[in-house]
Design a protein around this ligand. Sequence first.
Ligand code: ASP
Length: 325
Amino acid sequence: MYKVKVVHKPVIVVHGGAGAWQTERMDLGLAGVKDAARAGFEILKSGQAALDAVEMAVTRMEDDEVFNAGRGSALTINKCIEMEASIMDGKTLDAGAVGLLKDVRNPVCLARIVMEKTDHVFLVAEGAEKLVDLFGLERRDPFTELRIQQWGALKENLMQEKLNYMPKLHRLVASHSQLFEPSTVGAVALDKNGNVAAATSTGGFSLKLPGRIGDSPLIGCGTYADNEAGACSATGIGEIAVKLVLAKSTCDSIHVGRSAQEATEKSIELVNRRMHGGSMGLIAVDMLGRIGAAHNSPNLCWAYMTMKTHQPKASLKAKTVRDAG
Ligand code: ASP
């Protein structure tokens, strides 16, 4: 088996979602991912754990309403918000996840509480909400004007049968990319001690059915971290990432010797081959501190920071892997 050498140069990569970013929101998205990468990297530079860095980065993006996570989350078909998040420590394989949250300010912090303070991995709804009060986490109104407007427009289309929404979601996204801004957030990091971590947080998809759980809180699907490989966070159509167990597949791909970049590209090729090119984006880091980012969606809003870059580098594109067919 190929064993990679552990190095200790801290690295963070964050994403603010795949999909099609509207022109007027691009600068806000780029500023948001830069801020998150910088905040996470400060933690790594000070010698703290990758786990702390990804939690910090995701928290920053949950607080930034340009993203579909925390405040600014997308609305369900019945005009509610059901947020979800997960976090994973590559050193121990400990993981925590939460779903169906109404108003906790930072779902990723609750996911970490599930990981560290309970014997479970995944809590949803009332059970998870109870921990919010028990551990004194803040609550915050997650609804924003923009998401309410988007919900109205999408619902109108749905009622007029212009939107064949759920059954063939990937085709819909492909042909109406302007309707969707799946700006889920995520982060992966490698710390000075050679440990990796990953975290992901989302409001899910606009008009999702109540109770729908996507990939973001599912360990292995939207989030995975393992010190024997690397860490990965996914964004895009959650159902696809669930079917392909995409974050774990990407880490497995690193484990057999691919770089983080090769592994993310390979996973997007898999999406193209098996899932008809449904819209996805991936970020990853391997144990050598090499970063990876690839997507088949029109955009991937992402940023990274290393000792060499001094400042976060952000972009709305990474390696775009298109469907060969
Ligand atoms: N993957 C998320 C979900 O399906 C959406 C996104 O990445 O924006 O809930």
